[in-house]
Design a protein around this ligand. Structure first.
Ligand code: SAH
Length: 245
C-alpha cells in the first residue's frame, strides 16, 4: 500500500485535504477514489493511519482517515551520523540509505578538505532537499519517524557547540571513523552498550589530522571499519549496519 508523509494532525474519522507534497504524489500514481493509502504524520510515536481516497480534484486530494496503528519501525538504538558531505549526488544516496538503515539524525558538516563548499542560501536549499530525500525513504521503508537532517555546519562549529564527556555530557558514545593505524575495530564494540551513539566520518578527502585531533579532544574514540579505504558515503552506512536493527 502506498505510504505518504502527512505532516498534519491525523485522527480516525477526519476528512482532510492532503498537503501539497502527498497530494502530488497520489496524483502521479493515478490513484482513484476508493483507493487505500497509509499516512504518517512523522510526530514521535504517532504510528500510522489507514486512509481512503474520497475525492481527486485537479490538485486537491481529500481522504477519509481510517484505523490507527501504533506500529513503529525504529531501530532500538539511536544512531546519529555526522558526515563530511560528499560531492555530487552521493549525499542523496547516503541520506536515503542511512534512513533505510534507521539513522536517528544526520548532521552534514563542511571540513578542511570538503570538495563541496556550501553556505548561505545554497546550504539551506540542500538541507531541504536532503530532508525530502529522508521523507521519501521513510515512505518507502515503513518508518513513521523522519530522521532530522540538520543545517550544514562547519565541523569545528559543531565540535565547539557540542560538549564532550569530560565537559559533563555523558549522554552518548562518540566514535570517529578513522584510517589511523592501530585503531580499534568498530565490530569489537558492538553490543557493549545500547546507549545512543554518534559517528563522525570524513568527506572524500578525509579529515585532516588537526580535525581528527579536535574530535578526539571532544570525547570521540577512533574506530576502524577494516583495512580497506571506504568511500565517504560507504563508511557511515557500514557503521550504521553494525549498530541498528
Ligand atoms: N583519501 C582519504 C579517504 C577518505 S575516506 C584519506 O586517505 O584519508 C572518507 C572517510 O570515510 C574517512 O575520513 C573516514 O572517516 C571514513 N573511512 C573510510 N574507510 C574507513 C575505514 N576502513 N575505517 C574507518 N573509517 C573509514
Amino acid at each position: 500500500m502506498p505510504r505518504f508523509h502527512c505532516p498534519t494532525p491525523l485522527q480516525t474519522g477526519d476528512v482532510i485535504s492532503l498537503p501539497a507534497g502527498a497530494a502530488r504524489h497520489v496524483q502521479v500514481l493515478r490513484m482513484q477514489p476508493g483507493g487505500a493509502i497509509t499516512l504518517f504524520s512523522g510526530e514521535p510515536n504517532h504510528g500510522e493511519f489507514e486512509a481512503t481516497i474520497e475525492h481527486m480534484g485537479r490538485s486537491e486530494v481529500r481522504v477519509l482517515v481510517g484505523a490507527h496503528s501504533s506500529v513503529e519501525r525504529e531501530s532500538a538504538r539511536q544512531v546519529h551520523l555526522i558526515v563530511g558531505v560528499p560531492a555530487n549526488d552521493r549525499m542523496d544516496w547516503l541520506v536515503e540509505k542511512a534512513t533505510e538503515l534507521g539513522v536517528a539524525s544526520i548532521q552534514p558538516v563542511m571540513t578542511e578538505r570538503s570538495v563541496l563548499r556550501l553556505s548561505g542560501e545554497r546550504a539551506d536549499k540542500k538541507r531541504g532537499h536532503w530532508q525530502a530525500v529522508a521523507v521519501a525513504a521513510c515512505e518507502q521503508c515503513g518508518r513513521n519517524q523522519v530522521p532530522v537532517v540538520h543545517a550544514v555546519l562547519g565541523l569545528n562549529a559543531w565540535l565547539a557547540a557540542n560538549k564532550g564527556k569530560h565537559e559533563g555530557n555523558s549522554e552518548q558514545l562518540r566514535y570517529l571513523l578513522s584510517l589511523r593505524p592501530e585503531t580499534k575495530a568498530l565490530s569489537t564494540l558492538v553490543g557493549q552498550s545500547s546507549a545512543a551513539v554518534t559517528f563522525l566520518s570524513g568527506p572524500e578527502g578525509g579529515l585532516s589530522t588537526a580535525e581528527e585531533d579536535a574530535a578526539l579532544a571532544k570525547g570521540f574514540q577512533a574506530v576502524s571499519l577494516g583495512s580497506r579505504v571506504l568511500r565517504a558515503e560507504t563508511a557511515g552506512l557500514a557503521a550504521l549496519t553494525l549498530f541498528t536493527v
